[in-house]
Write a protein that binds this ligand. Sequence first.
Ligand code: SF4
Ligand code: MG
Length: 336
Amino acid sequence: KKKLLEVEGLRVSFQTHGGTVQAVRGVSFSLHEGETLAVVGESGCGKSVTARSIMRLIPEHIGRITEGHIRFQDKDLTALTEKQMRELRGSQISMIFQDSMTALNPTITIGEQIMEGIIRHQKVSRQEAREQAVETLKLVGIANPESRLKQYLHQFSGGMRQRIMIAIAFVCRPKILIADEPTTALDVTIQAQILDLFKRLQEQTGVSIIMITHDLGVVAKIANRVNVMYAGQVVESGAVRDIFYHPQHPYTRGLLGSMPRLDSERDIPLKSIPGTPPDLFAPPQGCAFAARCEYALEVCGRYQPETTTVCERHRVACWLQDPRAKNIWPQRDEAT
Ligand code: SF4
Ligand code: MG
């Protein structure tokens, strides 16, 4: 399948009172047509910041893309003007934000909020925009769309509100849908319904999805491929099966704990690993996971591991998988 989006060597920093935080530190990955890529990791690992960078929605006064490229079709999104990005946002690439429940305006009808995107991006009459809004509400599984359009936020349940958020993001039929923890606030039954909706939207329209989550159950249910992020970097990436059944990175293995089954119906929260992620004001010189890693070699504290290929598109950044580790720090073999 064709590559739709390619992120290459992305670095993002934030200026804070305490200094510069290196939130994203050299992230590379690609997204193909019609696939779902899950991005998993603990909070603060840079998954939301990576997503917001693709949308170019990093708060400008504090945050900045300092390096890297984000290629979408024939454009480098890091080089576009804000005006060019505004044309793309919502029409080609859309994002459902983590705090989406507060993103809806309680004083404006749902219809107006869905139509806003159509009117911004397309030269169509209000009547035409209304028809598209009705179509989209149907698509996301809201019954009686004509009358629902005239209603307000408080008239919808939590699950319905999330469907409306998806409708707003999807109304212009973007090629990429980025969803940041879209089911976290919902109860389990509603969660499953919303995930089914994402799947159905993809089957019907071929949209590519980037799903940010800390729930491996969500990954198992919906993703084709996974990026595991830690301390602002992608430490392992591969097909869902590779990640679940043949995890290579000690962090991934830790998250998976006692190897959940892919067909599991229950929720699989990330397992907590002893210790805390490093301070991204002053990231460690070597592997960012070294302080928590039970397999750490001497080389790990000194040099950052490079990404190596396990097989096909399964990649990992860990010295354990890198044959050069022995040459860089041969003492370990001598000691044992
Ligand atoms: Fe552990 Fe070393 Fe691999 Fe880092 S590079 S995860 S410290 S073994
Ligand atoms: Mg987040």
